[in-house]
Write a protein that binds this ligand. Structure first.
Ligand code: BTN
Length: 327
């Protein structure tokens, strides 16, 4: 079997116990120039490997990313609803697109699309989702709920509860949910959820739930501007996490909540969401398509809207808005 140049470079680091390997040695062993060695290192970095380069000593392999290529979660899941059909890609524009195509072709509920990297990862409100190779969980899951279209936001809130619970279980970090569905650690965003629905006769036909979690990104993986408001589990906890484990925990938690929702209705989800929310009781600025105002969120309503209290004592029910800090 012939190894690619990338694999040959990596092989030189194996068994080095995080010791330095000089550029000179690599160049001799591989029969390529020092510049070619450097280019290979850069290519590996683009795949999530992290090196430390020290003058005169060479390179030290600091971090090897876990791979989704060999993912096999079916036997590890505790339920049969979600995650038993998984499609893994090295690179896609957006997993949302791939999942939508599969849904149109009739893919079953719970089908998961994962990618190591997205070139056009999308977030809510037309924003982009930063998706560097091998460091995050970028997934889209097909749901086929029996929910009327106007109650679709409830599914977003359920997804946030499941994700927050799974992240808490895995990391022990006190993750909070910012309404409606951002997960925050110490005020910085760690994960985002987008639900894209297709409906027929006012009933949901299918929903593509897009979930992005910044799992193993380090500060160098972010633009300075983004780092002010975003963080990762690795930065927050000071250690990396197996993406497969997080995926299984999340899918199991989510399937449990979806079953509960179908049996007992949204009222069974409300206390779970409220218990993990960082938005309740904290004065915020809300921007709806019509206006911007300051209010304090009080609770979720039975439909999944947010009930807020204004300074003049009046109450308002918010279905969709952008929530920001009070200036
Ligand atoms: C947000 O907070 O704005 C939502 C972010 C959702 C990002 C995920 S990553 C996987 C899936 N594919 C996408 O293009 N977007 C979602």
């Amino acid at each position: 079997m012939t190894l690619s140049m990338q694999e040959q470079v990596l092989a030189l680091f194996l068994g080095q116990d995080e010791e330095y390997v000089s550029g000179e040695l690599m160049s001799q062993r591989l029969g390529i120039s020092r510049t070619a060695v450097w280019k290979q290192i850069k290519k590996l970095e683009a795949l999530g490997y992290e090196f430390e380069a020290v003058t005169k000593l060479g390179y030290r392999l600091k971090y090897t990313p876990d791979s989704l290529e060999t993912l096999d979660i079916s036997s590890k899941l505790q339920q049969h609803r979600l995650g038993h059909e998984v499609h893994v890609y090295a690179e896609v524009s957006s997993t949302q697109e791939v999942a939508k195509e599969l849904a149109e072709k009739g893919a079953r509920e719970g089908t998961v699309v994962l990618a190591e990297q997205q070139t056009k990862g999308r977030g809510r409100l037309g924003r982009a989702w930063h998706s560097p190779y091998g460091k995050g969980l970028y997934m889209s899951v097909i749901l086929r709920p029996t929910t009327p279209l106007h109650l679709a936001p409830q599914l977003t809130l359920i997804t946030a509860v499941a994700l927050s619970s799974a992240v808490r279980k895995l990391t022990g970090l006190p993750i909070g949910i910012k309404w409606p569905n951002d997960l925050l650690f110490e005020g910085k965003k760690i994960s985002g959820i987008i639900l894209e629905s297709t409906a027929e006769d006012n009933m949901l036909k299918y929903v593509i739930a897009g979930i992005g979690i910044a799992v193993n990104l380090i500060e160098q993986d972010y633009e300075t501007e983004l780092l002010e408001k975003a963080t990762s589990l690795r930065i927050s906890a000071g250690k990396s996490f197996a993406r497969e484990k997080l995926l299984c925990l999340f899918l199991d938690e989510w399937a449990l909540l979806l079953d509960m929702y179908e049996q007992d209705g949204f009222k069974s989800i409300i206390p779970l969401w409220e218990a993990q929310s960082v938005s309740i009781g904290k004065k915020v600025q809300l921007t709806t398509p019509l206006d911007t105002f300051v209010a304090t969120p009080i609770k979720l309503t039975e439909t999944g809207a947010l009930l807020v209290k204004l300074d003049d004592g009046s109450e308002r029910t918010i279905f969709s808005a952008q929530m920001g800090e009070v200036n």
